[in-house]
Design a protein around this ligand. Structure first.
Ligand code: ZN
Length: 109
């Protein structure tokens, strides 16, 4: 078991940081035995990069939904609306993908 720093974000996402201390099962210098233990946790009081990306994409979705609403009122924008609806599906897929990665990481400790 070797000790590593850990970074933890307020949303629950975390990652391993620098290698800190070797255990006595491992004699090779600079090598680690493969089992990671937390040496120290650096808490970051803000959401992680994935959450930031999700928030950004969410904002984009909302903007597109507003545009579609406005365009349907204006009329004559059928093609634009259809294109934007397709874009929204794409962005929703990306958000789901990001969430999946985020949740897996939260479960894995
Ligand atoms: Zn997060």
């Amino acid at each position: 078991m070797c000790y590593f720093e850990q970074t933890l974000w307020s949303c629950g996402y975390w990652k391993w940081g620098n290698f800190r201390q070797q255990c006595n099962k491992e004699y090779r210098t600079g090598e680690t035995c493969g089992l990671k233990l937390v040496y120290e946790t650096n808490f970051i009081p803000s959401p992680c990069k994935i959450c930031e990306q999700i928030t950004k994409k969410d904002r984009r979705l909302r903007k597109m939904a507003e545009d579609i609403e406005r365009w349907s009122r204006e009329g004559n924008r059928k093609a634009t609306i259809e294109k934007t609806q397709a874009d929204m599906l794409g962005v929703r897929g990306q958000i789901q993908e990001l969430w999946r990665g985020h949740e897996e990481k939260q479960r894995s400790i």
